[in-house]
Each structure stands twice: as C-alpha cells, then as structure tokens.
Ligand binder design. Structure first.
Ligand code: DAH
Length: 622
C-alpha cells in the first residue's frame, strides 16, 4: 500500500522514497514506491509528471495511476532503478500547481452553482485542460454571468480551503453530497471552502482561493437531462500579473484609455497603412489598447464593469476612425467605398438576468436552508388580526403608527364584529374570499390589510401546529410611502424559531452566521436594546461597517450600521399562535431585502425607487 503524501501536503515538490517494485511493461516501466508525492489521475484531476532519480538511473514519470491500493508510476528509464533502494522524487511543479488551481476552482464553481441553482445534483467534475462540473438537471444559460460573479466573489473573499480525514460515518454526516462511488483504497477526506459545507475530495488543493485567480464561465451546456458548467482559470503567470500589488484606480485607468484613443486616432490620421494593418496595430493584442484590456483586472472589482464599458467605447471609436479615414483601404473590398469586415465579431444579443432583489431572495433562502430553516409563504393581503392584533397591537395601539398601512375594503366583511365564539363567516363561497375564509373564528373577519411587514407570518406559522418551527418567510410588504428612501412595495424576510428553551444566544448565533455567510467572514453583529410590541426583549441589529470594519468612517456611525429588528417572541404572540408560552419560546427577526442587498453590493442609492423603475441601464449593473 503506497502512502499518499500528496493528500496531506499538496505543496511538497520533492521526496525521498523507497522502491517497492520496478517492472518493465512493453516499452515502458512501472514503478511502485513505499510513499509518493505524485498524484495519480482520478477525481477529474490529471496525473502528475516528474522524475524519480536513483543512484544508477533516472526514470521520467509520464503518467501515474492508482491500482488497488498502490500508486503506479508509468515511466521511461535511463540506466537502472534498483528495488529496495532510496530514490529522489521530484514532481513537475508547474503542471501540478496548474492542476491544483484548476481543481480547487472546480470546487469554487460548484459552490457558486449551488448558490445560484441549489436544486442541481452534482454528478462529476473534470479539472484538466477542459474543465467542467456536470449536474443532473438543467440550467438556463443566462445563469452564466451570475455563476461567474458568485465564483469570483468567493475568490475575492480569499477563503481558506481545508481538508480533513474522516470516517465514513463522519463523511455521511457532514458532507453536502455523497458521490455514488467512494474510493475503496484511499483514506476518506473532506474539503471545506470557508464556512461552506464540506465535500468529499481526494485531490490536491490550494490553500486559499486567491491562488486560483479569476474564474471564467465560458459556457453552460444542457443535454436532455444533464448540464455541464464549463469553467477556466487564468494561467499562473496571468494570475500573478493580476494579483501583483499595482492596482490602478478607475479614473486613472480611464485616463490611460483615453490617451490610447487619442494617440491611435492621431496615428490613423497620419498613416498611409491599410485598414487591416491599422486594426492589428491599434486594436490587436499587442496594441496599447490590447495591453490595457489585459490590465483591467488591476482595477478594483467594483469599478470593472464601468471601465469595461469605456474600453468598448474606445475600441469602437478607434474602429470608426479607421473606417472613416479616406486614406486607409480595406483589403477585403478594395474597390468599394462601403465595405463589410466579415472578421468582426457579431453583435451580441442582450442577455438578461434576475433582478437584484430576486437574486438576494435566492441567496438568503439558501443560507438559512443550510441551518434547517425552510422558506414558507403567507398571504400578502391578510387580516388585521395577523398583521397587528395577534402581534400585541390592538386597534387603539399607537405602535401601529409605525406602519403606514393600506387597508382593504373586503366585500364579505360583516357589519359588526362578533365577540368571541367560532362561526362561519358570511363570505363563504366568495370567489375572492381570503385565506382561511369560512374556517376560522371572528378574529379573522375584521379589517384586511396589504401586509406592511412579514411578521404576519408568525402566528400563521404557529397555527400550523408543527414544532419546532424554523421558518423564513419572504414576501412583499406594502406601505403608504414613496420618497427617495422609501418604496410603497418592498420585500422583507422574517425568521422565526420556536422550540423549548430557546435563548438570546441562539438568536445572536443565527444572526452572526447569516452575516458571515452573506457579507463575509470578517463581519460582526451587535444587538442593541429596542422596543417592539411583539418581542420581549427586543433589539435592533447592527452590523460592523463594511468600509471601515468597525473603526468608524463617514459611511457609518462609529463603526456600526443599523440593519434590522429582532427579539424573543412575546408570550402573548405565542399564545395567539395556539401554543403554551410556559412550554415554548423562541426568537424572531424581520429585515428588509432591499436594504440588505444594497449593503452587500456596497451601493449607496440616491433614490431607492430606482430599484423598481425598470431601467435596464441601472439594473444590468447588478
Ligand atoms: N416587523 C418589523 C418591521 O417591519 C421588523 C421586526 C422587528 C420583525 C422585530 C421581527 C422582530 O420579527 O422580532 O419593522
């Protein structure tokens, strides 16, 4: 049995090992050692190459494979390799490091796919020259950009890749998916990226995601019932160039682009070269513009999209100058004055993507699902009882003023309110009868509202009678307000956890988990005492500022930014949900999706209504 050194140390490039066997097979040799740093092809990762040097000969390792519990090095040999003797092994580090980066990138892409399309089941991955992950199911090809963004987001967070050896039971308990065939002769190992759930893995991996560099998703390929998500990573030298510390600020970079444009146009005006020659000289990969285009990765990620637009404008304007110049002529149609360059890339049809709020809803749902919360839906037009009264806010409560509520005239509403007792409501059979019509008591026959918050889901969820409750209710909410910082229709997500012996510590733990997953591992939360009618104690939740990380800057108040409301569910609310507050307790929180999502992208909107203005120029930036 060969000891697999690469599984514990993927950076080891040299090793002394003892030769167990060396057998000639046709015109090549097969060497088995007592331990090895050579990776045998498998799990989608290509095998290593390198040399094995003995006292009287050198073997060049061309390919490595696993055979039962032994690693077989397929080699050509100059001289002799002696059995039982020590040899010096060296792997071709460039090949290995590239393979390692591509393999780790595969795991990052997989996490990104899971964030965008959690319903897909992975089947296999290929991490060689052509790299892809294959899933059961299908995926719209317009998800390409989103997956690429998510993958590069993970790269930029510089997450750690950690491997651990585990027993089969541990693997089954911890891994996010179990492949059909687990290796029989290798130790079982799991890999986790940052705080994402571990995945079984036996390959070689880099230590941190920034070693991978920028990931591109060139295509998504659907067959009848499976889909491949192809990915590429920049070569190591390109990556080094890109991560070198000379970052360029966007305005400076745009300045360089405009200089290049001016110089190119001057050259066109003075030149007597053909259009094709000018195009190669001014727009080709070796031109100044080509060189700048490659450097775009040095611009901070947040500004790259805008700078990309300028790059394209400059390209078009140089192209235009070449076409308009009377002295340049096209070799394609030399005699015609209107010409077509068939080698120019075609116009790309516009590609859409999900609205930023829908993207956030999917991501938030995923994050809470990982800790056992389930997304539920409750009515967005609901009885006053659920929106207010059951939450400890009777009609006369001044607390209601916080919510500028739209009240709905419900035609089936009885003229007088009954006082207690169950009876069918008058609107039975009414086509627009709201949820529960005809079934519930008179508490649900009062006024109806467009839900001003998602907290109406609390008592509704408790009424289902299924315990413990771990719900995440995401819905539209409506408030009679519209100005630069308010929209009349907004989205909230409401978390509710009801069980026995729930503590404030549990609430803090869940909030911390969400912040780290959604905003990044360096973010922290703090609970500030507050008041809500439906929680006791109540808190406002703050997050440490993403710009100064808590030190205090002009974007925040002393390092903290207010995000949301939360608290321990009030006993009256629990009672209204039909549960015994002596036995059950829990926590709840309710946050605005728009605010949470804008904070994540670091966008400071002058007018929040832009989000719903359907202006593609605005929306396509997210
Ligand atoms: N419903 C509150 C609002 O719209 C937010 C909220 C605060 C929800 C505290 C909660 C909570 O569940 O515990 O402003």
């Amino acid at each position: 049995m060969t000891e697999l050194i690469y599984m514990t140390d993927s950076y080891k490039q040299e090793l002394m090992a003892r030769v167990v066997s060396c057998v000639q097979k046709g015109n090549w040799w097969e060497i088995v050692l007592d331990k090895t740093i050579f990776y045998p092809q498998g799990g989608g990762q290509p095998s290593d190459k390198g040399t094995i040097k003995g006292k009287h000969g050198t073997a060049t390792v061309k390919h490595v494979r696993m055979q039962d519990d032994e690693v077989v090095h397929e080699c050509s040999i100059e001289g002799t390799i002696e059995i039982g003797k020590f040899v010096e092994c060296t792997i071709d580090w460039n090949t290995r490091y590239q393979n390692m980066r591509v393999h780790s990138a595969g795991h990052v892409v997989h996490e990104a796919v899971r964030l965008v399309a959690p319903y897909l089941d992975p089947i296999k991955g290929e991490h060689g020259k052509t790299a892809y992950i294959q899933y059961q199911g299908s995926l719209p090809i317009d998800k390409k950009t989103r997956i690429e963004q998510q993958a590069n987001d993970l790269i930029n967070q510089n997450l750690h890749l950690k491997t651990e050896f585990v027993t089969l039971d541990e693997l089954k308990a911890r891994a996010s998916y179990i492949p059909e065939h687990l290796p029989k002769h290798k130790p079982l190992r799991i890999l986790s990226i940052g705080e994402y759930p571990p995945i079984p893995d036996g390959g070689t991996q880099v230590k941190t995601t920034n070693e991978i560099g920028e990931i591109t998703i060139p295509s998504i390929d659907n067959t009848v019932d499976q889909v491949r998500v192809y990915y590429t990573v920049a070569s190591e030298t390109e990556n080094k160039d890109a991560t070198a510390d000379q970052s360029i600020a966007a305005p400076q970079f745009i300045g360089l682009l405009l200089d290049a444009e001016r110089e190119a146009k001057e050259l066109v005006a003075e030149s007597d070269k053909s259009a094709e020659e000018l195009r190669i000289m001014l727009l080709g990969p070796k031109s100044e513009l080509g060189r700048l285009t490659k450097q775009i990765r040095q611009v901070p990620a947040a500004d790259r999209a805008n700078v990309g637009v300028v790059v394209n404008q400059v390209k078009q304007s140089i192209e235009q100058a070449i076409c308009n110049n009377p002295f340049t002529h096209s070799p394609i149609h030399p005699s015609s004055d209107s010409w077509i360059d068939v080698t120019l890339p075609g116009n790309r049809p516009p590609e859409g993507h999900l609205h930023i709020v829908s993207q956030a809803i999917m991501e938030i749902t995923r994050i809470f699902e990982r800790i056992g919360f389930t997304r539920v839906r409750h009515p967005e037009v609901d009885w006053d009882w659920y929106a207010f009264e059951s939450l400890n806010m009777p009609p006369e409560s001044p607390a209601r003023d916080e919510w500028e509520t739209f009240f709905i005239q419900y035609p089936g509403k009885p003229k007088e309110r009954h006082s207690g007792g169950r009876r069918p409501i008058e609107s039975r059979g009414d086509p627009i009868a709201p949820p529960n019509a005809g079934l519930q008591d008179d508490r649900k026959t009062g006024q109806m509202v467009l839900t001003p918050h998602t907290s109406n889901g609390q008592v509704r969820e408790m009424e289902k009678g299924k315990l413990p409750i771990r719900m995440i209710n995401i819905a539209k909410c409506y408030r009679r307000q519209s100005d630069v910082s308010h929209v009349p229709m907004l989205h909230q997500f409401e978390g509710l956890y009801i069980d026995k012996n729930v503590s404030i510590g549990d609430l803090k733990g869940v909030i911390d988990y969400f912040f780290k997953q959604y905003y990044g591992p360096e973010r922290k939360s703090r609970l500030r005492p507050f008041h809500f009618q439906f929680t006791e104690p109540s808190f406002e939740v703050d997050i440490n500022c993403g710009v100064c990380l808590g030190r205090g800057c002009k974007f925040c108040k002393e390092g903290w930014v207010e995000l949301a409301g939360a608290g321990m569910v009030h006993p009256t609310v629990i009672k209204n949900g039909g549960l015994d507050p002596q036995v059950y307790n829990g926590f709840a929180f309710g946050w605005g999706i728009e605010r949470v999502a804008m904070m994540k992208s670091g966008t400071q909107l002058d007018d929040i209504r832009l989000l719903y203005s359907n202006d593609v120029r605005f929306l396509e930036q997210f």
